[in-house]
Design a protein around this ligand. Structure first.
Ligand SMILES: NC(=O)c1ccc[n+]([C@@H]2O[C@H](COP(=O)([O-])OP(=O)(O)OC[C@H]3O[C@@H](n4cnc5c(N)ncnc54)[C@H](OP(=O)(O)O)[C@@H]3O)[C@@H](O)[C@H]2O)c1
Length: 377
């Protein structure tokens, strides 16, 4: 293949990757793929959501090289693949899909070109595996463009032994999450609230603080159509020991995890089979760094969604545990003191936490803004 043709195909694969939103793929990267048969493009695809099919599988499906019944690739329809990133090649305890190298081999692909080796050292190795099976592999070393495409992924690489964590809130145009009297339901319209359920469905866990649990009485379930096959773990920070009998958090099959202070403590009013985790209390607050470490290692949480309130947001930021922020903004002013983050303040706007890679989407009368904490912050 000429260099020019290779470049043109790679740009097409990148265009596929850009169809995804990093908010929905994180902590996975945005990846695009082009499938070819005898030099002709026959399929294209991208990784759309965390936990969903990877770009390679989507391109094979688009090329008709996939059997829906057996959920396996069909050989003979695709002989070459161009991908923005090295295909994944290992199975791990937290991984939700089969390795793409296996899928490519089963599809009979004989030539693979990818943008760069997986920057995650634990995931690289596809080139060797494919080479051993007789597949011709070319790496383009397109590092800069991939980095630009994947702010959330590069942020995740710096998070050792903890999930990728994002704060999500709904606020008025003046940044208030509730009225002065504490009423916050509902700030946003049905479209925004429906998208929040999708974000919940692809998160491994959702966390809220004590006051939000008491004041809002949330269910914290992902209510989408068709129904999600798995509900996220509901993580309740520093819960009160008693609940109204009809508290929504005690309903439904979605799992719960109660976060309590280290040491002997009486058991709360929740079902005996619920999981409990204990962490130290430091300066009055439960230690979130210890907690998120346990969520990763003991509960296999890779994507954690934090849904308030303001004090919990402030503590996650103060402990340097935030990778992205998602704000659903309603077009009205609420006034009053209830802002979205209650925590330490910066001494000047120059010193503030500057966010990058903004994605904006209109949702009915509201707007969703997602911003990433830079990988170096
Ligand atoms: N619009 C939205 O999207 C949205 C979302 C969520 C909540 N809200 C609103 O936010 C309000 C509640 O927010 P809030 O800031 O008052 O309370 P919160 O963040 O829900 O809970 C804070 C409380 O949790 C306990 N806690 C234990 N460890 C903590 C830690 N590491 N960091 C922070 N808190 C810790 C503390 O209890 P003690 O002080 O007893 O020790 C603290 O006062 C409600 O009015 C709710 O409606 C709005």
């Amino acid at each position: 293949m000429s260099e020019e043709r290779q470049k043109a195909l790679f740009l097409r694969a990148q265009a596929e990757a850009r169809k995804a939103s990093w908010l929905f793929t994180a902590p996975n990267p945005r990846v695009g793929a082009i499938a070819l048969q005898q030099g002709h493009v026959v399929g294209r695809g991208f990784h759309r959501v965390f936990g969903g099919p990877h770009a390679e599988e989507m391109a094979l499906r688009d090329a008709g090289a996939w059997c829906e019944k057996s959920n396996q690739p069909l050989a003979g329809f695709v002989d070459e693949m161009m991908i923005t990133l090295e295909p994944c090649c290992k199975s791990t305890a937290t991984k939700k899909r089969r390795p793409c190298t296996d899928i490519l081999l089963e599809a009979g692909v004989r030539k693979v070109t990818f943008g760069l080796n997986d920057p995650n050292d634990s995931q690289t190795g596809a080139a060797e595996k494919l080479n051993r099976a007789g597949v011709q592999v070319t790496t383009l070393r397109e590092h800069r463009s991939f980095r630009h495409l994947n702010p959330a992924f590069f942020r995740d690489l710096t998070c050792v032994n903890r999930p990728w964590i994002f704060l999500k809130w709904a606020s008025s145009l003046d940044g208030k999450m509730a009225t002065s009297g504490g009423v916050s339901q509902w700030i946003t319209g049905p479209e925004a609230r429906q998208e929040v359920h999708q974000l919940r469905a692809i998160s491994d866990a959702i966390l809220i603080g004590k006051t939000t649990l008491i004041e809002d009485d949330p269910s914290l379930t992902a209510r989408i159509t068709p129904p999600s096959s798995k509900q996220p773990l509901r993580v309740l920070l520093d819960p009160p020991s008693t609940f109204p009998a009809n508290a929504k958090i005690l309903q439904g099959d979605a799992p719960r995890l109660w976060v309590l202070e280290d040491g002997p403590q009486k058991v709360g009013a929740w079902p005996i089979e619920d999981a409990v985790v204990r962490v130290p209390r430091l300066s009055g607050n439960l230690c979130l760094t210890t907690l998120v470490g346990k969520l990763a290692t003991e509960f296999s949480v890779r994507r954690l969604m934090v849904e308030g309130g303001a004090k919990v947001h402030g503590s996650f930021l103060a402990e340097g545990l935030v990778d992205a922020i998602v704000r659903y903004e309603a077009p009205f002013l609420l006034g009053g003191p209830r802002c979205a983050v209650d925590g330490p303040s910066f001494s000047s706007p120059q010193d503030a936490l500057h966010l990058v890679s903004e994605e904006t989407a209109p949702l009915g009368r509201d707007v969703r803004r997602a911003l990433c904490v830079p990988p170096t912050a």
